[in-house]
Design a protein around this ligand. Structure first.
Ligand code: J2J
Length: 529
């Protein structure tokens, strides 16, 4: 296994194999079977491009061979920051086949985050677009490379400038050693960390298992048309069943460059979309604007999760004939959902039941003891897809897992008498801004780099549109800084735009708890409305 990743204990691995969760299937074989069976069948649609299974399979082999020729080796890491384009799919498949471990970054990440991934993983390659959303990723790659001695190859989809052009990397397919089921297939970014980003190793065994199970519960198959509107590198769009699960099932993946209604909604009618994944903040916008784009949302199974879904909105949409499955997901491999056809009340008020019969859930109090059934507590999770340790994060892992391997989700939940999950809050210090997760500690540390800030505290403030927004409290060191000044400063530090505070309060001091931490509850209680 990849050094720095934590395998499951042998007795659990044996059990998951014996029970059929882990089958040795690897992601290296995605698209191959369909390419042989029905090569002309369309696998991926992106803008004007329609790529068949045979073409995709061939390109993945040629790209893998080309990358091997450049010198990339199994076990190397490669940052993949491609938007939802054919290149994303080609590169992901090629790296799986080569045994190089993609680190899936989001298009919204900037030099700060990408630099962090490069340092943590020692990535040898970076794959990005030339430009996307008005931003030049070659400049970003240049900034990151300057401080990342391991980063040898920058590969660009589009005009490469000083770098390598993705389309030019190709060599005659050659036999490559197949990865094994237990090998790490890729690294995903955690949405749950309060300080510097953490990465989650996902193995071929566990992810193939997730793809199969998600496709099964949603009856996704060869006739499915999956619309990836959220970034393809996020677990929700990548593999629930998402882009990879749809390719596995022989369906069609339709890629939207962004989730904005003008990009995504026209694709629904044009491509006959049957399934898509959305964060709750997008739902009302899509619901309202769908008719303008001739999109009939009733024809699409909507997978909704990532942040709290307002029950009234869920009800309004199901009353209007929309089909929603409500998900509680984590890139760490925790997945619960309401099954299609569940009663409207279940969909509106619960996140359903665990994906796997082998998933073990505990709901515990502050002392780690199981709560009385039906009471609120922290959700602990152990199962065939749930990680046993973050990548290269020993100290953090000691806190994030119980001694017997349960993952501490940091989310507060209660279980209904039928065993359905209800997310009630969280203990981890993050802001869930419309589904994008911002670690409070990471942002506080960045704010405290500003010369005008002596101390900072970041809290989640309820927001009618995003669910939560970022409110920063700062104690000034000199002249009190203004919100715009701090946002510009963070931007210049290379932070992603979704991490910039929405609101600023300048305060004389921060209240402390007995444990010398900022008392954020009191801070909010005493703050101006
Ligand atoms: C409240 N909070 C939720 C929900 C996730 C499918 C769907 C979502 C994600 C995802 C994902 C929530 N209500 N229904 O990976 O495969 C918050 C929790 C959780 C964190 C995980 C998927 N569903 N959340 O959002 O790794 O706080 O995954 O711990 O980005 O989102 O974030 P992330």
């Amino acid at each position: 296994m990849l050094a720095g990743a934590q395998p499951w204990p042998p007795e659990f691995a044996a059990r998951y194999r014996a029970e059929g969760y882990w089958t040795g299937e690897t992601l290296a074989d995605l698209a191959r079977g369909w390419a042989r069976r029905d090569g002309a069948r369309i696998a991926v649609v992106s803008g004007d491009r329609r790529v068949g299974y045979a073409e995709l399979d061939r390109r993945a082999d040629e790209l893998a061979a080309g990358l091997a020729e450049l010198g990339l080796r199994p076990g190397d890491r490669a940052i993949v920051q491609l938007p939802n384009t054919v290149a994303f799919v080609e590169v992901a498949l090629a790296l799986f086949r080569l045994g190089v471990v993609p680190v899936f970054a989001l298009p919204a990440h900037r030099a700060l985050e990408i630099g962090c991934f490069a340092e943590l993983t020692g990535a040898r390659a970076y794959f990005g677009p030339a430009e996307h959303g008005g931003f030049d990723y070659r400049t970003l790659a240049g900034e990151v490379s300057a401080n990342a001695p391991d980063l040898e190859f920058v590969v660009t989809d589009g005009d490469p400038g000083a770098y390598r052009r993705l389309a030019d990397i190709s060599a005659p397919p050659r036999p490559l050693p197949s990865p094994r089921g237990e090998d790490v297939a890729f690294l995903l970014l955690s949405g749950g960390t309060t300080d510097v980003p953490k990465l989650i190793p996902r193995t071929h065994d566990d992810y193939a298992c997730q793809l199969r199970a998600c496709a099964e519960v949603l009856s996704a198959g060869e006739n499915s048309v999956y619309l990836a509107a959220l970034p393809a590198g996020h677990n929700a769009a990548l593999g629930c069943p998402g882009v990879l699960g749809t390719l596995r099932a022989g369906g069609r993946v339709v890629l939207s460059p962004t989730p904005s209604p003008d990009d995504a909604l026209p694709l629904i009618e044009a491509e006959g979309v049957t399934l898509t994944t959305l964060m709750p903040a997008l739902l009302p916008v899509w619901f309202e604007l769908a008719p303008l784009f001739g999109a009939d949302l009733k024809k699409v199974l909507l997978e909704v999760g990532g942040a709290a879904l307002r029950p009234e909105l869920a009800r309004e949409m199901t009353d209007a004939g929309c089909r929603i499955t409500h998900w509680f997901g984590m890139a760490e491999g925790v997945l619960c959902c309401t099954r299609p056809g569940a009663p409207a009340a279940t969909v509106a008020t619960t996140q359903g039941t665990p994906l796997f019969a082998a998933d073990e859930l505990l709901v515990v109090d502050d002392d780690g003891n199981a709560v009385v059934p039906g009471e609120e507590g922290e959700l602990l999770y152990r199962g065939p897809c749930t990680l046993r340790g973050y990548y290269r994060a020993d100290a953090h892992n000691t806190r994030s897992f119980t001694p017997d391997g349960f993952f501490r989700t940091g989310d507060l939940v209660r279980l209904t008498p039928r065993g359905e999950l209800q997310v009630t809050g969280r203990i981890k210090d993050i802001v869930n801004r419309g589904g994008e997760k911002v670690g409070a500690q990471e942002l506080e540390a960045l704010l405290e780099r500003h010369p005008g800030v002596a101390a900072a505290a970041v809290v989640a403030e309820p927001d009618p549109v995003l669910g939560e927004r970022i409110r920063a409290f700062v104690v000034p060191a000199a002249t009190p800084p203004k919100l715009e000044e701090l946002r510009t400063f963070l931007h210049e530090q290379g932070a992603a735009a979704y991490k910039l505070p929405d609101r600023l309060d300048v305060v004389a001091g921060l209240p402390m708890t007995g444990a010398h931490k900022t008392d954020k509850k009191r801070l909010l209680r005493e703050a101006r409305p």
